[in-house]
Design a protein around this ligand. Sequence first.
Ligand code: PMM
Length: 347
Amino acid sequence: MIGGAPRSEDAADGAPPVVEAPLVASVSPNPSASTAQCQAQCAVWGVLNVTPDSFSDGGRYLDVDAAVAHGLALAAAGADVIDVGGESTRPRGATYGEGYQDVSAEEERARVVPVIERLVAAGLVVSVDTVKAEVAEAAIAAGARHVNDVSMGRSERLLEVCARGGVELVLMHNRGRGEVREPFTVYGDVIADVRAELLAAVDRACALGVARERIWLDPGLGFAKTAAQSGALLAATATLVATGLPVLVGASRKSFLAALTTAEGPVAPPTERLGGSIAAAVIAALAGARAVRVHDVAPTRQALALVGALGLGAALSSSKPDLHTRSDEGMRGRRPEVEGAKEAPWR
Ligand code: PMM
């Protein structure tokens, strides 16, 4: 059964135990694939939302003990990084109605810091999913090694905190607060525009002291994008990989997976989108993504192990870095302008 209980407790379903790392194939079906190439190159980030209202798991891990237990279970299922978030990013609009609830920095910090401290103490690699400098700073002090910023670097203070902390920074493409409506969803060419806006954010981050080699790109599937736009971006993952920066893709359980695969009638709820989620992770890995952010770690891990075992994925992608080609010049250091859009209220 998909959904219901956290996937990391899948063994309770009677499923055979998932073979964990090392993800090195004992056979090499692709004769040109070396042992190194058979190593799975796509890491798995497990989602841990310490929120009452996230779209797929809201309210389940608000309690510190429950959150820590789930983080440990995600790691046991094979997650390389646990991404801890204390504020829902659920976009407002037709799909999720009211969407996110604003959370003060104090409240968000109180939700995530005790969880991060305990996961770090247990030896796990932790990311904090936040747009707030104060939360990022406290999370880094608690041992977080990555800051996952779904506002694409809107807060200069957060970028400075990341620079000082020397952490890895994920810049996720976004506009407004991810509302899936015009003007946010208006693109000339969604793939080129997302790439250009991300690279402009990279420049802003670097100008504030973040080391370029610590920056990751994320297309921000489901944020300020229609289902078709998210699908197009997923299919074009290689375009971001070609920038030479590591790419993280978060498609897990998102509504576009259901929308693009449902001809008529109601779409599947988040917990019934496992097939699409795994397909999306494999598509991203085959295109060279370096990590996928998922709820269902064990089955994703197995799917990516197959990609690695066949010698496919990032190890075989031979794309040359094309960061800052001339066409990006105009975007450097600028924030993307979305006509008619008010400055979004990220704090
Ligand atoms: N999606 C969500 C939250 N944080 N972070 C990154 N980097 N990429 C994503 O696609 C992303 C994210 C929303 O999903 P959730 O509510 O299940 O956490």
